[in-house]
Write a protein that binds this ligand. Structure first.
Ligand SMILES: Cc1ncc(COP(=O)(O)O)c(C=O)c1O
Length: 454
């Protein structure tokens, strides 16, 4: 086979990278017939999981990496670090495997377990941190800050999907020409869910150049959503690739609407779409009228298989007779709720200490600072003199602290959530003078107080 041309008609490829989509090798578009309210408007879903690593992010993974190589940015490094909610991580992990690099991904532990498991299975070094679902660029805490910090080391490079022009350019070069050709230049509306905004900005720029009357519709979730990969309107303000002046309309869709439509797409259209496909389609249906000449393309970013835990959470009634769930997880949820309430009750002056006060008493009463984060996070950066007892070890109680149960102790984590759990454990063990540090290591660093850095 070697030396032969790739045959897209026969679908014969000589390496997995050749399968990446392009105008000659597009991901399919398929017309929806049952869940759309239209008699005339033709609405097509573009099935992005037909990319080799399973999502629309394969396009940008490949372009970000090639762009960095062409600029000589990979000449002296062979490690990549990237904050990712999963799909960019899958693409980069696999491309790194193919090209001989390694990948470290920083991400929130609220990302579905399926994605965090698969990243590890693909060979990625995963660094999980307490964070909101989708890390907000520019926020001091979180996956992005940690990736930026790691990228300062000489042997790492961060491609930065949140600000790198190679992200929208990937869609300008591939997704745009594909839909233009697939619809025989008849496309009237292009609809995408907004995450980094690379898809809508890149594809949209291409399409507007071809025909400025094509409407670009960006769909975003409500605040407090739990759909990985997409961003609420507040989260979007911080994304450098968000270009509202280019888009014709932004529309919000609720969690419920997105998941309900996702279910219908699977059951009624027999399309194995994931939650952000439900979100994008719900937005499209809200704003696009039934019209004779309307030809709509909606991006379906990835498939349902990574989201089993999300479906269990959103459709508990569906799993009532399934062993292990949801009866058990309902009980677990009740317990989790109780635990969360206890944590909230602890957030008061009796149990927490602010950054300035902690700094001031450090030299006076010499409290023991216990950093309850993982040893990886601790060794990356920690407060001077803090000792590391990860939360699970703290629970085991197999360590020596101080015989004096009234000695002052301050528990520390990233921002001050897990440190409250540490406080509860220590108090249960009889330590009476424990406080949790509000603002955590991140706040300490921002104040310019002394730290130890790897
Ligand atoms: C599942 C999913 N849907 C939608 C998006 C949004 O795409 P974009 O980042 O190009 O705006 C992403 C991005 O990560 C995603 O992973």
């Amino acid at each position: 086979m070697k030396g032969k041309q790739t045959d897209h008609i026969k679908r014969v490829y000589h390496s997995i990278e050749e399968m990446l989509s392009s105008e000659d090798n597009p991901t399919p578009i398929v017309q929806l017939n049952r869940v759309v309210p239209y008699k005339q408007t033709k609405l097509y879903a573009k099935l992005e999981w037909y990319n080799p690593f399973g999502s629309l992010k394969d396009r940008i993974g490949a372009n970000l990496l090639t762009d960095a190589e062409e600029k000589g940015l990979m000449d002296k490094v062979n490690q990549l670090v990237e904050p990712t909610s999963g799909n960019t991580g899958f693409a980069l992990a696999m491309l790194a495997n193919a090209k001989g690099y390694s990948l470290k991904a920083t991400l929130s532990s609220m990302i579905p377990i399926e994605k965090r498991t698969l990243l590890r299975f693909f060979g990625c070094d995963v660094l999980e941190i307490e964070d909101t679902l989708c890390p907000a660029p520019g926020a001091p805490e979180g996956a992005i800050a940690l990736a930026i910090e790691t990228a300062q080391k000489p042997d790492f490079h961060m491609l930065n999907q949140y600000s790198n022009q190679a992200n929208p350019n990937a869609h300008y070069k591939t997704t745009g020409p594909e839909v233009w050709k697939q619809t025989e230049q008849k496309i009237t509306h292009f609809v995408a869910a907004l995450g980094t905004c690379g898809t809508l900005t890149g594809t949209g720029t291409f399409l507007k150049e071809k025909n400025s009357s094509i409407k670009l519709i960006g769909v975003h979730p409500e605040e407090g959503h739990d759909i990985p990969g997409v961003r609420s309107i507040i989260q979007l303000q911080q994304t450098k690739l968000f270009r509202p002046e280019l888009y014709d309309q932004l529309i919000e869709v609720s969690n419920r609407e997105a998941f309900d439509l996702c279910l219908r797409i699977n059951r009624e259209e027999s399309i194995i779409a994931g939650p952000s496909s439900g979100l994008a389609l719900a937005g499209a249906i809200k704003v696009i009228q039934d019209r004779e000449d309307a030809v709509v393309v909606v991006i379906f970013p990835d498939n349902a298989f990574k989201y089993a835990s999300s479906f269990q959470r959103h459709f508990p009634e569906m799993f009532e007779n399934m062993v292990g769930s949801p009866t058990q997880s309902d009980i677990k949820n009740e317990k989790e709720e109780l635990f969360d309430k206890m944590i909230e009750l602890c957030r008061n002056d009796l149990n927490t200490i602010d950054l300035n006060e902690a700094y001031n008493i450090k030299s006076k009463t010499n409290p023991i600072f216990i950093d309850v984060r993982s040893s990886d996070q601790y060794s990356a950066t920690h407060i001077v003199d803090a000792i590391n007892i990860p939360i699970n070890n703290l629970l085991l109680g197999n360590y020596k602290l101080t015989k004096d149960k009234d000695y002052p102790i301050i528990t520390v984590c990233n921002v001050g959530n897990q440190s409250i759990e540490g406080l509860l454990i220590l108090k249960s063990l009889g330590y009476s003078n424990v406080k949790s540090l509000n603002g955590g290591t991140t706040g300490w660093i921002l104040k310019g107080f002394p730290i130890v850095k790897k």
